[in-house]
Design a protein around this ligand. Structure first.
Ligand SMILES: Cc1cc2nc3c(=O)[nH]c(=O)nc-3n(C[C@H](O)[C@H](O)[C@H](O)COP(=O)(O)O)c2cc1C
Length: 312
């Protein structure tokens, strides 16, 4: 890490740094002067006080909805469930038809409560504070409810799943041979390993390990000059008694000319699909290419042919 001081703040970099705080995802709603529902996706929600019951959320002064929210008598916070990523994307884009095909009811204090959310708080406008390019909306909770569904998470610019599904723990801790692999991508290309006969696969080893252990996945990549972290499981499955756990790698650095003949980055638009012999890997990579474009990654759990995707 190297510290940046306020004289050299790059706004994109600061946004990236703020994004390391993992949050849930909410949709903030209200009713405009014409009686129409208005809403936007926000992860700046925070509880503030228990007595009186207060919460806050920040709205950008540039948001289309800002004049509506600052004039409204109240607003609701809808905390999204892990299956509601599409809803989050819909309310994060500027548009007037965000509520089309969305089921909602007015809350006890009047703001829209969306179906299927894990919790909601219908609030009276309590106070507003101007703060730079945002306005802090403080609400006093008039009514609320919550359920038991898993919430949607957001961290480092991507949706995340907070709890690993129990099937994952079962699979990872069950007996049998374990192979760990990684999808390592810089956003436009992905790292593939050439095996005998010229066929390609994702890099694999028998353990995640560390950079000093060249038999581990991290060490094997490090010895080719490719430095990665493997923070997220992307896919876990059984195949003929072997357990496979594939991680979504975060590329830290690639040393020039260190790439070995076996490990090579391939353009995501030019993956030679017929050279990837393993059907399970091919399906996983196809999913990765699709999800990479959207910036949303799900987790697959099952066996090589059949399984489930979390969050669905
Ligand atoms: C996960 C996520 C969190 C967001 N959090 C906020 C937020 O806290 N405040 C905000 O003003 N915009 C936030 N945004 C951006 C708004 O949702 C986006 O600018 C939206 O288009 C605003 O809608 P409007 O312009 O129709 O009012 C967030 C977007 C995403 C995807």
């Amino acid at each position: 890490m190297s510290a940046r001081d306020s004289s050299e703040i790059d706004t994109r970099d600061l946004r990236r740094a703020f994004g390391h705080f993992a949050t849930g995802v909410t949709i903030v709603t209200t009713i405009d002067g014409n009686g129409n529902p208005v809403g936007f996706t926000a992860n700046s929600f925070t509880s503030v006080s228990i007595d009186p019951p207060l919460l806050l959320v920040n709205i950008a002064t540039a948001a289309h909805g800002c004049p509506v929210f600052t004039a409204a008598r109240g607003f609701a916070i809808n905390i999204l469930a892990h299956r509601q990523r599409d809803l989050s994307n819909r309310f994060a884009s500027a548009g007037s038809d965000k509520f089309a095909a969305v089921d909602w009811q007015p809350g006890p204090a009047g703001a829209p409560i969306l179906d299927g959310v894990v919790a909601w708080f219908d609030c009276r406008a309590y106070r507003q504070v101007e703060a730079g390019d945002h306005i802090i909306l403080i609400g006093e909770v008039q009514a609320y409810d919550y359920g038991s569904d898993a919430p949607l998470g957001f961290c480092r610019g991507a949706y995340v799943s907070f709890g690993l599904p129990p099937q994952m723990l079962q699979l990872v801790s069950s007996p049998g041979k374990l192979n760990v692999g990684a999808i390592v991508s810089d956003g436009s290309s992905v790292l593939l390993e050439q095996v005998e006969g010229g066929m390609l696969r994702l890099p694999v080893a028998e353990a995640v390990g560390d950079a000093d252990d060249r038999f581990s996945l991290t060490g094997k990549l490090a010895s080719a000059g490719i430095h990665v972290e493997l923070p997220f499981i992307y896919s876990a499955f059984h195949d003929n008694g072997t357990r496979f756990v594939y991680y979504l790698g975060e590329l830290r650095s690639v040393e020039d000319a260190e790439e070995t003949r076996e490990l090579h980055f391939w353009d995501l638009d030019g993956i030679p699909w017929d050279m990837i012999g393993d059907a399970a890997v091919r399906i996983m990579l196809e999913r990765f290419v699709r999800e990479q474009k959207l910036g949303n990654y799900a987790i697959y759990i099952g066996d090589a042919a059949k399984g489930e995707i979390f969050p669905a």
